[in-house]
Design a protein around this ligand. Structure first.
Ligand SMILES: *Cc1c(COP(=O)(O)O)cnc(C)c1O
Length: 398
């Protein structure tokens, strides 16, 4: 099956009474037919459901997990209550007991706080590097390095890391490569096929696509997720970051249109990036699909499905012009001023005062997150309506 078909048909198990659409197993616990069956399930001799937090959890977990594993070319997947729960549990699991992790210098805001402030209190160590250059990864590796954690493209500056080159280096040293693939989605980029070991998603974003849940998922080998001692499933059972069955059901429903949505996100974003590049009010457009992107060649190599729906751009001027533009745009169009991304609807935000406001200004500027940088999650509305909304707001700056 191709990826759009997989998103619709893979993993849709459990059809009691012939229900075509999978039911919601909105239950906390499961009854057994006999004591013998209960004993076999608890001993691990038989695969079965016992309690929605424990082990395999719930049939709705399993359906979402199988589908997403299929999309990422993974052996298996494990669903969590949020993207942050998936990241936190994975990173703690691989670096428990004072392990070191090398990670990109620009990360999703909460990942950055988790790695720089919270997990160091538990004795985990992190080095932040500019992951555009694979040699930087090498230089940061220490004796206790357990993993390399990458986001590509990064948020909000859309810098890329060469997943294959970094995975090749890591393999020699037996270091795990973890990729947060939320921005690209498996439609466009499949890190496991390039040599990475673990892929994490905020399923809140493109996978669900409808903005009605918070959810996360980890894709990896069966051994890492379920079989080894200290498996991620064991951590999920005992630390407890499980989603609700209903959220898993909504995720699976959102995935029905995954292929169509991604195709439209890709097409709309590429057209809009080209349009923005030609506007006199715009200073610079950052989009991996543009020839002007410094890593466009790498993007073509590793983002095989398309370049995604995320665009960042800078306006000419500073805070004043940025504010005027945003006020005009949200007042006169359907475009929402909101954090988050990957929804069917177009969303826009200003990182300096919203998603990345907690970073001190100097540090922010070093990462090229300027006051006039705008981040855009291009939706699947009719392209012409999106372009016209932007044209009107940009023309008001003249
Ligand atoms: C949103 C996001 C997260 C966090 O996911 P939640 O589902 O909000 O917990 C992590 N990484 C990236 C790249 C994200 O965009």
């Amino acid at each position: 099956m191709r990826i759009s078909t997989k998103a619709m048909h893979e993993g849709r198990l459990f059809h009691p009474e012939g229900a075509h659409t999978p039911p919601i197993f909105q239950t906390g616990t499961f009854s057994f037919k006999s004591l013998k069956e209960a004993i076999d399930v608890f001993k691990g001799k038989k695969i079965g459901f016992a309690y929605t937090r424990v082990g395999r959890g719930n049939p709705n977990f399993l359906m979402a997990e199988e589908t997403i594993a299929g999309l990422e070319s993974a052996q298996d997947a494990l669903i969590f209550s949020s993207g942050m729960a998936a990241i936190n549990t994975t990173v703690q699991n691989v670096a428990a007991g004072g392990g070191h992790i090398v990670c990109g210098r620009t990360l999703y805001g909460c990942s950055e706080v988790l790695f720089s402030k919270i997990l160091p209190r538990l004795g985990l160590e992190f080095s932040f590097i500019d992951a555009r250059y694979p040699e930087n990864v090498m230089k940061a590796v220490k004796k206790n390095t357990k993993a390399i954690f990458l986001e590509t493209p990064t948020n909000p500056t859309l810098e890329l890391a060469d997943i294959k080159a970094i995975s090749d280096i890591a393999k020699e040293r037996k270091i795990l490569v973890i990729v947060d693939n939320s921005f690209a989605s498996p439609y466009n980029q499949r890190p496991l096929e390039l040599g990475a070991d673990i892929v994490i998603h905020s399923a809140t974003k493109y996978l669900n696509g409808h903005g009605d849940i918070i959810s996360g998922v980890v894709c990896a080998s069966k051994y890492f997720l379920r079989e080894k001692d200290n498996s991620l499933e064991e951590w999920r059972t005992n630390q407890g970051p499980v989603p609700s069955p209903f959220d898993c059901w909504l995720l699976l429903r959102g995935l029905l249109t995954f292929g169509q949505r991604m195709e439209t996100h890709n097409n709309n974003a590429l057209k809009l990036a080209r349009f923005l590049e030609q506007q006199s009010a715009v200073k610079k457009v950052i989009y991996p699909g543009l020839k002007s992107h410094p890593q466009h060649e790498l993007a073509k190599k590793q983002m095989t499905g398309g370049f995604g729906g995320m665009i960042s751009f800078e306006l000419n001027g500073g805070r004043k012009e940025t504010r005027k533009f945003l006020e005009k745009l949200i007042k006169n169009s359907f475009i929402g001023l909101a954090v988050s991304l990957g929804y069917a609807e177009t969303l826009i935000e200003c990182p300096a005062v919203m998603t990345h406001a907690s970073i001190p200004r100097n540090e922010r500027l070093q990462k090229n997150i300027t006051d006039n940088l705008i981040r855009l999650s291009v939706g699947i509305e009719d392209y012409q309506d999106i372009e016209e909304s932007f044209k009107e707001a940009l023309d008001s700056l003249k």
